[in-house]
Design a protein around this ligand. Structure first.
Ligand SMILES: Cc1cc2nc3c(=O)[nH]c(=O)nc-3n(C[C@H](O)[C@H](O)[C@H](O)COP(=O)(O)OP(=O)(O)OC[C@H]3O[C@@H](n4cnc5c(N)ncnc54)[C@H](O)[C@@H]3O)c2cc1C
Length: 450
């Protein structure tokens, strides 16, 4: 029940950003209704972060359970928002809440748009990560990796995929394809410990030697750069496979080469040089091409938001208000904005990766959620409390029933968790049992009710 000064807030997306918004506004006494595409809460904390990071994932899960068990928080898992989904954006806005926050992450994939990227053996990193974390729709599909996988990218996600390929798939070779040089690598040195036991150091030494003149041209000493790279190969996790991992630097894939069955057989690569760009460097193509043999390719080049949801969208991002405010945090950065009308979408806010795709770790997403809650609170302070939560909840339930949706509440999630824990069949890298399809989860929940 709403108290005198409390508002009803609808929150779409129960990842780290959304859960931070919910925690802050629930603590302030507002009624929070959470709609989440996945049956389970957590977003990438459940389906992105490497499964072996039990401490991080366990800590987050505990916090999220505590939040969801508050009487003023109402959870509806398995409810997707978007055109042709359980509810549209407009329907959510018309449910009668005082504000709506979209914290739906960045569900679109970025590709670098090269010829052949629909060939068999080409994957997007997030799909692979969703697969090994058993997100329904991905966990139950085969992801057939070959023996030599090229991963395009030099960030933490590249390392996570290499980790899975090396420690669990035990393939022959993994090569990270990096547009710039070793000095411009983006991954966290701690993350490389997961895979450094498998580094092909002689191969990496040869590779850095191959590009030494191009490094020297921007004032980088190849020996020092190599030392900086390989010095991080310490405290390596014990080796469990014979997979060799290497790098191809100053390399941009231009085309995916396929065999007669449209299966990857290699990459056509362009050699790059580095050019100074302010205090940083930029990669510039040299128009010199070569073939790089491999049998699978994974693009780990970042994400973009899902433009089909129905929020104003431009260039990979949902649009926010271009008119800055003097508040800190600046309200405009969190306000959804319609460029066609030139107006803010009143009471509609964005947080986390939905606001800035691929921006940082869980801590950053949480901070973004905290900031968004501040902005929403400022907005609520200008408004009279609206509907009681029962009014909004009844309207929502009526629509979901008419759509034959299967929302999942917290009680059902607890039952699901107990059933998964009782399973003895923990498989490969997950180390815990997870139902891989919504059908199995809903089936289990329904059986428990009868
Ligand atoms: C591969 C990978 C590994 C990572 N590893 C780490 C790590 O080790 N440590 C770390 O700190 N951070 C890690 N991160 C970063 C971290 O996962 C993100 O910072 C964080 O999850 C972003 O939070 P978010 O809430 O904005 O989005 P998300 O976590 O993506 O959550 C989005 C939520 O919205 C829901 N949703 C999506 N679309 C809809 C829709 N249309 N309708 C309704 N609901 C919807 C989803 O079900 C999901 O629950 C990793 C990220 C990736 C991709």
């Amino acid at each position: 029940m709403s108290t005198m000064n409390s508002h009803v807030i609808l929150l779409v997306g129960a990842g780290p950003a959304g859960m931070a918004v919910a925690a802050s506004l629930a603590k302030a006494g507002h009624e929070i209704i959470i709609l989440n595409r996945d049956i389970k809460f957590g977003g990438l904390a459940e389906y992105g972060i490497f499964p072996a990071k039990l401490k991080l994932r366990g800590g987050l899960k505990k916090q999220y359970w505590e939040l969801l068990e508050r009487p003023n928080v109402h959870y509806f898992g398995n409810v997707s928002i978007g055109n042709g989904k359980d509810l549209t954006v407009d329907e959510v806005r018309n449910l009668g809440a005082s504000a709506v926050v979209f914290s739906i992450g960045a569900q679109g994939t970025k590709a670098i748009g090269v010829e052949g990227d629909s060939a068999k053996g080409v994957f997007h990193a997030k799909d692979v990560v969703y697969h090994f974390n058993r997100l329904p729709g991905f966990g139950d599909c085969p992801f057939e990796m070959g023996k030599h996988v090229a991963i395009i990218g030099a960030g933490d996600v590249m390392v996570d995929i290499a980790h899975w390929l090396i420690r669990y798939k035990k393939i022959d070779r993994v090569t990270a394809i990096v547009r710039r040089g070793p000095a411009e690598r983006k991954y966290n040195p701690k993350e490389i410990r997961m895979v450094c036991a498998n580094m092909d150091v002689p191969g990496i030494t040869t590779e850095v030697g191959r590009i030494k003149d191009r490094l020297a041209a921007v004032g980088q000493n190849a020996d020092e750069v190599l030392k900086g790279l390989t010095d991080e190969f310490t405290k390596c996790e014990p080796k469990v496979s014979e997979t060799k991992m290497g790098f191809k630097f100053l390399a941009s894939p231009k085309r995916i080469l396929v065999d007669g069955n449209n299966r990857v057989r290699g990459l056509e690569m362009e050699d790059n040089k580095l050019e100074p760009k302010g205090t940083d460097t930029a990669a510039v193509g040299l128009k010199q091409y070569y073939e790089f043999p491999c049998d699978s390719v994974v693009f780990a080049v970042g994400d973009r938001v899902d433009e089909t949801v129905g929020l104003p969208y431009k260039g990979g991002m949902f649009v926010t208000n271009p008119s800055k405010t003097s508040n800190d945090p600046d309200d405009s950065l969190f306000q959804a904005y319609d460029e066609t009308t030139g107006e803010i979408l009143a009471g509609v806010f964005l947080a986390g990766w939905a606001r800035k795709a691929s921006e940082g770790l869980v801590g950053i997403a949480k901070r973004d959620g905290d900031w968004c809650a501040e902005v929403v609170s400022r907005y609520l302070a200008t408004r009279q409390p609206g509907n009681q939560s029962k009014v909004v909840l009844d309207k929502l339930k009526t629509i979901l029933k008419s759509r034959k949706s299967h929302p999942v509440d917290v009680q059902s999630l607890r039952a699901l968790e107990a059933a998964e824990k009782a399973h003895k069949n923990a498989t490969d890298c997950i180390g815990e049992f997870k139902y891989a399809s919504n059908q199995e989860m809903i089936g289990m929940i329904e059986r428990g009710k009868t």
